[in-house]
Design a protein around this ligand. Structure first.
Ligand code: ATP
Ligand code: MG
Length: 213
């Protein structure tokens, strides 16, 4: 069975922090791991991400947005994810298809059936085997993301998504929770408002249980 494990949740929910820590842990256990992310998991995806996240592109329409994310996914699945799964690697992916439903579907209001079709086409119908959903109030997530960005870059930096209004982020959060309700077997919901180490324990437990199944 494939081992595609995705990390999902709103901005600043701790996905990248947790994926990095658990990848280190699994690597120490001598397990074969690929850690990757969307949309920037390939060279082409990084260029697409440059267009998607540029805050000068505030006028980008939702249709362009969904097509660009799916273009990056098409490349990522074929170039990187599928070959790794075929080599029996555990693929840890920071955002995947669920993000497209949550952001462009529930957040932007695009038709979910259309997203399903374009996503199936882009992803070769590949579905995550386990999805960890990091859930917390958007105010906390956005504050964490803003604090992180001001440490990394100048304090005025924030990408096109972080600049969206709070209502948008609340729709995305609710969208993720709706996806979780539809597929409770695949999703594992994590309370992301807790401390990093406590969350990491739960992440490790979930992933090791899944691998040993
Ligand atoms: N449990 C936590 N408690 C407090 N701060 C945290 C926690 N987890 C992560 N952080 C900090 O919050 C910031 C955002 O975390 P991180 O980058 O992992 O989130 P993310 O979900 O990957 O965000 P994005 O969607 O923007 O990529 C970072 O500065 C990180 O160090
Ligand atoms: Mg991140």
């Amino acid at each position: 069975m494939n081992k595609l494990i995705t990390f999902e949740g709103i901005e600043g929910s701790g996905k990248s922090t947790q994926i990095r820590l658990v990848a280190e842990h699994l690597t120490k256990m001598n397990l074969p791991v690929l850690i990757t992310q969307e949309p920037t998991g390939t060279d082409i995806g990084r260029k697409i991400g440059g267009i998607l996240f540029n805050s000068e592109h505030h006028y980008m329409c939702a249709e362009t947005e969904v097509l660009l994310f799916c273009a990056a996914r098409a490349q990522h699945v074929r170039e990187k994810i599928m070959p790794a799964l075929k080599n029996d690697k555990i693929v840890l992916c920071d955002r995947f298809s669920d993000a497209t439903f949550a952001y462009q579907g529930f957040g932007r209001g695009l038709n979910l059936e259309f997203i399903q079709i374009i996503n199936d086409y882009s992803s070769l119908m590949l579905k995550p085997n386990l999805t960890l959903l990091f859930d917390l109030p958007v105010e906390i997530g956005l504050k964490r993301a803003m604090d992180r960005d001001s440490l990394l870059k100048d304090s005025s930096f924030s990408d096109r998504f972080e600049r969206e209004k709070i209502d948008f982020h609340n729709r995305v959060r609710e969208g993720y929770l709706t996806l979780h309700k539809k597929e409770p077997g695949r999703f594992h919901l994590i309370d992301a408002a807790r401390e990093v180490d406590i969350i990491q324990e739960e992440v490790r437990r979930q992933i090791l249980t899944f691998i040993n199944r």
